[in-house]
Ligand binder design. Structure first.
Ligand SMILES: [Zn+2]
Length: 66
């Protein structure tokens, strides 16, 4: 039987016949899914991670065009 480790809690669980694979249970699957969703909502990363360097590059590109 192939054994996989639940990516959420690390518990080893059978891969075959596990409808929640690679998670060990529906709970872990839902928690993980929730974590992903939370991360997406919590981090408007695209805008917030624009560093000063990125801004400079953007400005430079804009100036070049005008
Ligand atoms: Zn688990």
């Amino acid at each position: 039987m192939p054994i996989v480790k639940c990516p959420r809690c690390g518990k080893e669980t059978e891969f075959t016949g596990n409808e929640f694979r690679p998670f060990c249970s529906e709970r872990c699957k839902l928690i993980d899914f929730g974590a992903w969703a939370d991360e997406e909502f919590a981090l408007p990363a695209e805008t917030e991670e624009l560093s000063a360097e990125d801004m400079d590059a953007l400005l430079a590109a804009t100036e070049e065009r005008s």
